[in-house]
Design a protein around this ligand. Structure first.
Ligand SMILES: NC(=O)c1ccc[n+]([C@@H]2O[C@H](COP(=O)([O-])OP(=O)(O)OC[C@H]3O[C@@H](n4cnc5c(N)ncnc54)[C@H](OP(=O)(O)O)[C@@H]3O)[C@@H](O)[C@H]2O)c1
Length: 256
């Protein structure tokens, strides 16, 4: 395991090993790159049939193949990890998301940072204010997907409820609509969807991943459910400095 020189203290900080659950997806692969850039040791979990999607990283990370709701797979992957980054995916009708979250909650090391991804539709306290368009999208997409037995958004809600109720050092990062493109730096965030800073509803996927990885060492995000938006979007530019309660327009931490 690597160690890191701490420039401020001249000392050696704690080694960092990070597990990424659902590592072979788009978000997962960006998170691997950000984690490697920071010098973390990385363990990635992905389905057996997707291991080849991690070929670019295979010499630099440990891969644990298997379903992310397989408790033995998660137990093995998170052992000795200082942080676990979990992409909560609501696929199928077999409680995949809640099974995944529960396994992470049960087997992560005590005190580990646990960061989960989901979308804006997840609400921690019911105080989010959604546009009609978003409500319709979730209800129509969720209904059709459920009918097709392809996606179970209710199970993603259940997964996040379990995380909210846990005594772990969790953060649930709620993503806006996503787009591809070069990094714009660390997204800005707010506690509630509907806050003006989030109005643009767009984040680069690479920066969603950046926020997840940066959260590992950001204790101000412990037990927060930040809703994020790209830092260069119109709403972020207009409103990011206006709300002192929220962490806004932080400089992306330097890599190393
Ligand atoms: N517009 C958006 O897409 C949007 C908006 C806001 C938030 N989010 C959040 O972003 C995260 C996912 O983003 P992403 O870009 O990484 O998506 P992605 O590339 O589609 O990857 C999602 C993960 O789902 C897995 N998967 C796919 N089909 C599966 C199946 N039938 N059974 C089990 N696992 C399956 C994939 O594994 P394999 O590699 O093995 O296929 C992959 O690890 C989620 O937390 C989501 O809530 C997305």
């Amino acid at each position: 395991m690597k160690t890191h020189e701490n420039a401020d203290t001249g000392g050696i900080t704690k080694p960092k090993k990070v597990a990424i659950i659902s590592a072979s997806g788009k978000l997962g692969r960006y998170m691997i790159q950000h984690a490697l850039d920071r010098g973390y040791d990385v363990v990635g979990v992905c389905r057996e049939q997707s291991v080849s999607k991690l070929d670019d990283f295979k010499d630099r990370i440990e891969i644990v193949p298997g379903a992310t709701d397989d408790r033995d797979v998660i137990r093995k992957a998170v052992a000795g990890c200082d942080a676990v980054l979990t992409v909560l995916v609501p696929w199928g009708m077999n409680h995949y998301a809640s099974g995944t979250a529960q396994a992470v909650l049960d087997f992560a090391e005590p005190g580990a940072r646990l960061i989960f991804s989901c979308g804006w539709h997840i609400s921690r306290d019911g105080k989010d204010r959604y546009t009609l368009g978003l409500r319709l999208m979730v209800s129509v997409f969720g209904g059709i997907a459920r009918l097709l037995r392809a996606v179970d958004l209710n199970d993603q809600v259940e997964a996040t409820r379990r995380v909210f109720d846990s005594n772990t050092r969790w953060t649930i990062v709620r993503g806006s609509d996503l787009e591809e493109g070069e990094s714009q730096g660390l997204p800005v965030w707010s506690r509630h969807v509907g806050d003006p800073v989030l109005e643009s509803n767009m984040t680069r996927r690479i920066d969603f991943a950046l926020f997840m990885v940066a959260a590992i060492e950001d204790d101000t995000l412990v037990r927060e459910a930040p809703a994020i938006v790209g830092r260069l979007t119109e709403s972020a530019r207009q409103h990011a400095h206006s709300n002192n309660n929220h962490q806004m327009l932080l400089e992306a931490p330097s890599h190393g």
